[in-house]
Design a protein around this ligand. Sequence first.
Ligand SMILES: *Cc1c(COP(=O)(O)O)cnc(C)c1O
Length: 345
Amino acid sequence: MPDKLLDFRSDTVTRPTPGMRKAMAEAAVGDDVFGEDPTVNRLQEQVAGLLGKEAALYVPSGTMGNQTCIKVHTLPGDEVICEKGAHVFNYETGGIAFLSGAQVHAVEGKRGAFGVAEIERAVRPDLYYMPKTRLICLENTHNRAGGTVYPLELIREISAFARKKNIRLHLDGARLWNASAATGITPMEYASYFDSVSVCLSKGLGAPVGSVIAGSTAFIAEARHYRKIFGGGMRQAGILAAAGLYALEHNTGRLAEDHEKASFLARELAQVKTFDIDLGSVQTNIIIIGAERTGRSPEEILAALRGKGVLLTLGNYMGLRAVTHLDVTMDEVKRAARIIRETMG
Ligand SMILES: *Cc1c(COP(=O)(O)O)cnc(C)c1O
């Protein structure tokens, strides 16, 4: 096996660089449960500013960020509308039911996005014996759909609709910076349509840990309460927040490179006759590969590639997934493309 694995499983596999580690080592810290960590406070202020929100809160993971927001927005028995493939529905261990006692009303989208027409069909009428539609969650970019960008016109319409109906709107923006890099629409513009936003520092931005949620001052005060209940009250967390600040400064501007790498890799892999790749859905750094026609199980393919030093992961519906990020160079992408094409014949 080659010594360096070419790891395309996720953009979470990146490791802190020497520059980031230095920033972490030198961070000023305090007890953040007392609100006294200057680096955490700086990160929160910076992200609130970038998202145009009054306040923000540093949380240990994207899951805790989303689930804390959902907890603040809902009451037990409420209904949350989200897309069928949504991370909050599929990959957060049933957190909406477990932590908030709310239920999901899943709506099928196209490439992870739906509009007002689909939501209208899902919103409950105002009858005492029905659950209350309290919250809509959108995901931008949409992970399971393959890193697709949520069209801004749809977000605008949904936001206006939600306000009119008094339904809250949350954005799972784990990869919001990728969406911005792809469209040129600022994170602030995207965030302006939502009551709350969650963004990850540990995906394409390359920090080892952490997410930030943002919203109104009152919303964040309540979120701080639930973060503590959920076990997310950290002490000298500035040492981690420093990595987030470093990532925001150094790694947002380079995301377009990851998108170029994904676009190249997708076009290469589309040459494999038995792979099915919707090139139109490769809009950022994720590639979903349909492998049904290969005659091999996804597990078999993953094992064969692993033996040659290339790591992919399972995608949705029996498929494979490849994600580009700052720890794979364009040369390595080219090498991986060659290895995958050879392996698949
Ligand atoms: C990664 C991710 C999250 C957060 O996941 P964690 O593993 O808790 O960091 C949330 N939403 C989406 C869309 C994601 O891709």
